[in-house]
Design a protein around this ligand. Structure first.
Ligand code: SF4
Ligand code: SF4
Length: 138
């Protein structure tokens, strides 16, 4: 069986802030056109020489979000990260609070978290190969 890969952002120096990745996640995974509904968030560092940083799920092997979920809506994904069972989610936000890198966002309309499922869709839309899916090395 192929080794599971997780989302990485090794090329942030080449990021032009086009938000193609965010729009892909919003459209393909969350069925919405708003980049707010994306599990990857690209942010400007600000200032005159501003560059961009990516807030992404680290694909933890023992995800704190899954441990914190009282509804078992988040379960460990083999190889890292989580599988999200939306139907079980009660919208309690404990996963949002548990994520140490603040990479789980919350959809105030749906009252559900926006969680990366490590699908790799966003990587296919980046025009500069800034983000990739890689076999973990830890
Ligand atoms: S918001 Fe949903 S997924 Fe997150 S901890 Fe609560 S029940 Fe689990
Ligand atoms: S890997 Fe999938 S779920 Fe995660 S940010 Fe990219 S498109 Fe969204």
């Amino acid at each position: 069986m192929a080794e599971a890969k997780i989302l990485k952002a090794p090329g942030m120096a080449k990021c032009i802030g086009c938000y193609s990745c965010m729009l892909a996640c919003a459209r393909v995974i969350h069925n919405d056109y708003s980049p707010r509904r994306s599990a990857i968030q690209i942010r400007s560092t600000g200032g005159l020489q501003s560059s961009f940083l990516a807030v992404i799920c680290r694909g933890c092997l023992k995800p704190a979000c899954a441990e914190a979920c009282p509804a078992e809506a988040l379960v460990e994904r083999p190889g890292g990260g989580v599988i999200f069972k939306k139907d079980l989610c009660t919208g309690c936000r404990k996963c949002v609070a548990a994520c140490s890198v603040e990479a789980i966002f919350f959809d105030e309309d749906e009252k559900k978290p926006i969680v990366c499922i490590q699908c790799g869709t966003c990587t296919r839309y980046c025009p500069h190969q800034v983000i990739t899916m890689e076999v973990r090395n830890d």
